[in-house]
Ligand binder design. Structure first.
Ligand SMILES: *C1O[C@H](CO)[C@@H](O)[C@H](O)[C@H]1NC(C)=O
Ligand SMILES: *[C@@H]1O[C@H](CO)[C@@H](O)[C@H](O)[C@H]1NC(C)=O
Ligand SMILES: *[C@@H]1O[C@H](CO)[C@@H](O)[C@H](O)[C@H]1NC(C)=O
Ligand SMILES: *[C@@H]1O[C@H](CO)[C@@H](O)[C@H](O)[C@H]1NC(C)=O
Ligand SMILES: *[C@@H]1O[C@H](CO)[C@@H](O)[C@H](O)[C@H]1NC(C)=O
Ligand SMILES: *[C@@H]1O[C@H](CO)[C@@H](O)[C@H](O)[C@H]1NC(C)=O
Ligand SMILES: *[C@@H]1O[C@H](CO)[C@@H](O)[C@H](O)[C@H]1NC(C)=O
Length: 517
């Protein structure tokens, strides 16, 4: 499903979430909101109505597109989900699928509060703000994915996300030997992966070229500026790819501290930062109502204050989330428990939202907060949901990307991933809502990589996750695949393309309408 198809799909689903207009004033967390009750009411009505009117072929289509590859025997009947409402003819909340099992817990390492690479405690708030910030181009303020205009970037460039992969023998931008900052789990060559072609495929947008990453160009555009990556371990994956690419031009200085990784490139005074935020929203652990101490409470209507405070010092933010919504947590809206993931002690009590809805709401919350922040004028790039490739099952039910050495070059070689598709839909919906509410010359861009990276089942570490010489890399005699990572991306590898896209978005934004291609 490409971007052009999305608006149709969304219209078909027609879930109107109503005005979940939660708006943050930084520091005091003042909440100006429509009554949450009425919002949720409209929300549920919308689902019921569309579910009723959507029986027949389109319902089946929806089922085929989004749910067909889920393991059929995964059942969690405690969670209401939009997906199951469609499949079950809109019977309401109660029947569902357990999306949790899609991802292995060992992949989702928590942040290291205690970075060993610290050499400075300098706080970010003291950072110099770039003074030579280019004026945003008037015409490029709107999103690239507004409905109906989705295939045309209004800054004059082509749609970067429609295209195909082609083999490029000029090789990757760095190697495992020329970049010292690759996390071992993503050092596929270093971990013994025998094939190498996955490093050589490049993305070609249909209507233009995506230039090979040119560090000189990047430094020129970003002179005096700060680029921050905010998110989970997949965001770290992307940040490290960026570091590796830039490292080839200049060795940076580590200026990290306890709260963030931070690298400084002296020649152009460019700073690259990474802040960990698993869900991007405010998280507490104190007991609330029937949820006890300990289990994470996610306040879906409040952004994560840990990074919001730093925003004014950032010029470009690449933000992403999603996979942690499969983890155990309680969902809170307006200080009320509205749902939970892998946590719902009282099965007789209905959940109002599931993890997929929670994700959509969180995206709207965080992007709205950024787009209405009075002191943040940076460019926000939302990296869309990163597809995993546990094909033929979940991580623990035989799903595997082992043995994939080439991208899926044909549409029919690509295995539809129901969880990815619906998470992507929710994210785009949340993004579009935030764009509508944005004030202050917002610069929000969706970097919509989900479809393009659906083809890259060859780009994950698979079983080559560690240096362990005794690791299993082949299927066992019973057909059981070895333990493997089909979520993160090898470095070098397809993830480097994300940073070529980041550079192209920055170039279009800072340089204006010129099309590179
Ligand atoms: C894009 O959509 C807006 C409104 O949604 C419309 O005014 C504009 O003409 C459209 N532009 C193109 C190029 O389709
Ligand atoms: C924005 O900056 C002004 C002036 O420095 C400050 O008074 C205000 O508290 C800031 N607001 C936010 C939300 O950061
Ligand atoms: C759903 O998929 C099955 C098998 O992949 C196919 O036979 C069927 O025609 C599809 N249904 C629709 C409505 O696309
Ligand atoms: C799903 O089915 C497969 C094959 O029948 C089985 O091995 C596996 O244990 C099942 N998983 C669950 C969660 O029931
Ligand atoms: C969902 O599946 C996971 C993994 O198979 C399992 O650990 C978990 O208990 C299930 N969740 C519920 C609520 O049954
Ligand atoms: C940091 O790590 C050291 C040793 O690894 C440990 O003693 C210390 O308690 C840690 N500090 C924090 C804040 O986690
Ligand atoms: C890089 O990969 C090669 C195999 O292609 C391996 O021999 C080498 O040890 C790796 N280097 C590092 C630093 O991981």
């Amino acid at each position: 499903m490409g971007m052009t198809a999305l608006p149709r799909t969304l219209a078909g689903i027609a879930i109107s979430v109503g005005g979940l207009a939660l708006f943050l004033v930084f520091g005091s967390w003042l909440l100006i909101s429509h009554p949450i009750g009425s919002t949720l009411h409209g929300y549920f009505l919308g689902i019921d109505r569309s579910a009723r009117s959507k029986s027949g072929p389109s319902l089946l289509g929806f089922e085929n597109n989004t749910l067909i590859v889920l393991p059929s025997n995964v059942t969690d009947v405690s969670v209401g989900s939009v997906a199951s409402n469609f499949v079950n003819g809109g019977k309401g909340f109660g029947d569902s699928l357990n999306f949790t099992s899609k991802l292995p817990p060992f992949l989702q390492s928590p942040p290291s509060k205690n970075s060993s690479k610290v050499d400075s405690d300098e706080d970010l708030t003291t950072m110099r703000k770039g003074s030579d910030e280019a004026d945003p181009v008037e015409a490029s303020r709107r999103s690239m994915v507004l409905p109906k205009n989705s295939s045309i970037d209004d800054s004059g460039g082509c749609d970067l996300y429609q295209g195909s992969w082609f083999y490029d023998s000029s090789g990757p931008l760095y190697t495992n030997n020329t970049c010292p900052s690759i996390t071992q789990m993503q050092n596929c060559q270093g971990n013994g992966r025998p094939d190498k072609d996955y490093e050589n495929w490049r993305w070609k947008p249909s209507q233009c070229e995506l230039p090979r990453f040119d560090p000189k160009k990047f430094f020129e555009l970003m002179r005096g500026k700060t680029l921050a990556f905010i998110g989970d371990s997949v965001a770290r994956n992307q940040m490290e790819s960026m570091l590796c690419i830039l490292w080839q031009a200049e060795v940076p200085k580590n200026r990290g501290n306890r709260r963030m990784q931070r690298w400084f490139f002296k020649s152009a005074s460019v700073t690259i930062i990474r802040i960990w935020s698993s869900w991007l929203v405010h998280k507490t652990s104190e007991p609330i109502s029937f949820a006890p101490e300990g289990v994470d409470k996610l306040h879906l209507d409040l952004p994560d204050e840990d990074f919001m405070g730093f925003l004014p010092s950032f010029d470009v933010v690449v933000i992403s989330s999603g996979h942690w919504f499969t983890k155990k947590s309680v969902y809170i809206l307006n200080n009320e428990i509205v749902g939970g993931q892998l946590w719902w002690p009282d099965k007789s009590r209905p959940k109002k939202i599931d993890n997929i809805e929670a994700f959509g709401i969180s995206v709207e919350t965080i992007l709205t907060a950024m787009a209405t922040h009075p002191n943040y004028t940076g460019l926000t790039i939302v990296r869309s949901f990163s597809p995993d490739h546990y094909e033929g099952g979940a991580w623990n039910t035989g799903g595997s990307c082992t043995g994939k050495t080439k991208p899926a070059l044909l549409e029919r070689e690509m295995v539809e991933n129901g969880f990815t598709n619906i998470m992507h839909e929710k994210q785009v919906m949340g993004f579009n809502r935030a764009v509508k509410k944005a004030t202050n010359r917002p610069r929000l861009k969706l970097m919509d990589i989900t479809k393009a990276f659906g083809y890259r089942h060859d780009g994950h570490p698979g079983p080559y996750r560690s240096l362990d010489p005794n690791k299993r890399t082949e299927r066992g005699p019973n057909g059981q695949p070895p333990p493997q990572d089909c979520l993160h991306w090898c470095m070098p590898g397809p993830v480097d393309t994300w940073n070529e896209l980041v550079l192209e978005i920055i170039r279009r934004e800072f340089e204006g309408n010129k099309n590179s291609g």
